[in-house]
Design a protein. Structure first.
Length: 332
């Protein structure tokens, strides 16, 4: 079964048409699907429209937030209530085309865990398209996962992926990166993209600054979240040693001058090496202890989530990954 999850913020004019298109695409291709709408604090009539759809069709369920919590939060809430073994995320603004669902499913069945959409012919204003290209290039370089369109709303993945990764803030962009870091097989598929007909885009230029900061976090988390000291400690040690060498050199010089009774009368300000060395030493100590603190946090939090991800088992029992399972209230 396919669970289609749709975050909604003020999209009242698109919802009914979106529902109809999904319904058409799924029934034409014999796809067993449920739809989960999450109203992320809409202030227009979105919830009323969602309510009408959900009451008329048992395959549709809906969640309403008290206020706007952001797309990642909306997706998290939806992922917690899904019943399907496959998940499709999709924007509510009709820019993603439900007619692509069969192609996405076919791609996944070639042996992947995540299929990320790629708006190859993108129908958005240039000030979104170009920064987005730069962003995707940076994500590829920093995380090693090269996709054309990390930000695409259309993503198909297995429920295991949803169970193992945790979204927060605006991390929905990094579902493929987080999945890839846990060993899931990720690919992409060029999909049809349509211009926005109703409503307005919810993200402005400031998304790129945030996106960049999130990228730094992701690069750190995927590379060093289990051993933060390997990054912080390495930097700290390097700086510590450099500072130590500087001070050693100054000490040696001082002793030598003492030996020949030529005492330098220069004030500290004239010895930049002393200042730099001391600063490096302090910086190194700081980074090292910060790294230890980070390790302490990992060791505490690590008890709740496994650092590994199990693919298959022969003759072993389930409890390998017990905590990574989420409760599914509907399955009871
Ligand atoms: N959205 C949301 N909460 C937010 C912002 C956006 O649920 O805080 C939804 C929005 O309704 C849409 C999807 O996320 O279904 C993508 O938003 P939008 O189309 O504005 O992004 P763009 O296509 O401009 O990148
Ligand atoms: Mg859009």
């Amino acid at each position: 079964m396919l669970s289609i999850v749709i975050p909604v913020l003020n999209e009242e004019d698109s919802l009914l048409e979106l529902y109809r298109q999904i319904d058409r695409s799924c029934s034409a291709n014999g796809i067993d699907a449920e739809i989960v709408f999450v109203d992320d604090g809409s202030t227009d009539g979105s919830w009323r429209v969602i309510g009408e759809i959900a009451r008329s069709d048992p395959r549709v369920s809906a969640i309403r937030f008290r206020r706007n919590f952001g797309k990642a939060a909306a997706l998290t809430a939806a992922l917690r209530s899904i019943r399907g073994d496959l998940v499709l995320t999709m924007d509510a603004d009709l820019q993603d085309d439900p007619a692509e669902i069969p192609r996405l499913l076919a791609k996944l069945n070639e042996g992947y865990d995540v299929v990320n959409g790629w708006k190859q012919r993108r129908l958005d204003p240039w000030h979104k398209v170009y920064p987005s290209k730069v962003f995707n290039g940076m994500v590829g370089r920093l995380t090693g996962l090269k996709l054309h369109d990390h930000n695409c709303g259309l993503k198909l993945f297995r429920a295991e992926v949803a169970r193992e990764i945790r979204l927060y803030g605006e991390m929905h962009r990094f579902i493929p990166v987080l999945a890839d870091a846990r060993g899931f097989r990720v690919t992409e598929l060029a999909v049809n993209h349509r211009p926005r007909e109703h409503g307005v885009s919810k993200y402005g230029i400031k998304r790129f600054l945030r996106g960049f900061l999130d990228l730094l976090t992701i690069a750190f988390l995927t590379g060093f979240s289990q051993r933060p000291q390997h990054l912080l400690g390495a930097c700290g040690l390097f700086s510590f040693i450099l500072g130590g060498l500087g001070l050693l050199y100054l000490a040696a010089q001082w002793l030598l001058m003492h030996a020949v009774h030529v005492l330098p009368e220069e004030p500290i300000g004239n010895r930049p090496l002393l200042i730099y060395s001391a600063a490096l030493l302090l910086l190194g100590g700081q980074a090292l202890s910060l790294g230890l603190l980070a390790e302490l946090m990992v060791s505490l939090v690590g008890r709740e989530r496994d650092a590994f991800s199990v693919w298959e088992m022969i003759g072993a029992e389930e409890p390998l990954n017990p905590k990574s399972k989420i409760e599914n209230p509907k399955s009871e």
